[in-house]
Write a protein that binds this ligand. Structure first.
Ligand code: FES
Length: 141
């Protein structure tokens, strides 16, 4: 059975802002796009970086690590940097050439505003690997 979780006060999530929320099983990013709220998987599908650390422009969030762009309304990838023979790979944070991204779309969650808070509906199934918080995958709680 799914459950609704309260992720933040509505007043703190003003238009153009994002909020990162997680528990032991789920990582979620909620965004306010021109007064409409959206909830997606909170970590980038490329290398698990929190998307709330990125940049939100309209309905597009750009990951701060390698600049993959996702649509927060659908979870789809809008743009990512693919290594090719004609364009050198972008460096990662350590300055090494980045491997080709293995990105996939973000999970999208139902979201609502009620009683002055933003709520996200968590599915009843456990999340697949990649959506589980990093600390839990390493065995820490
Ligand atoms: S970690 Fe987000 S694009 Fe690489």
């Amino acid at each position: 059975m799914s459950r609704w979780v309260e992720v933040c006060p509505e007043e703190t999530l003003t238009p153009g802002r994002m909020h990162h929320w997680e528990d032991n099983y789920w990582v979620v990013m909620v965004a306010n796009v021109d007064g409409q709220f959206f909830a997606v998987q909170g970590n980038c599908t490329h290398a698990n970086v929190p998307l709330a650390q990125g940049v939100l422009e309209g309905h597009t969030v750009m990951c701060c690590q390698h600049r993959t762009k996702f649509d927060v309304t659908t979870g789809e990838i809008l743009e990512h940097h693919v290594r090719s023979d004609t364009a050198p790979a972008l460096p990662d944070c350590a300055g090494k050439p980045m491997v080709e991204p293995k990105s996939r779309p973000l999970w999208v969650y139902p979201v609502k505003v009620e009683d002055g808070s933003v709520w996200v509906e968590m599915p009843d199934a456990l999340p697949p690997v990649g959506i589980i918080p990093e600390r839990r995958r390493r065995g820490r709680r």
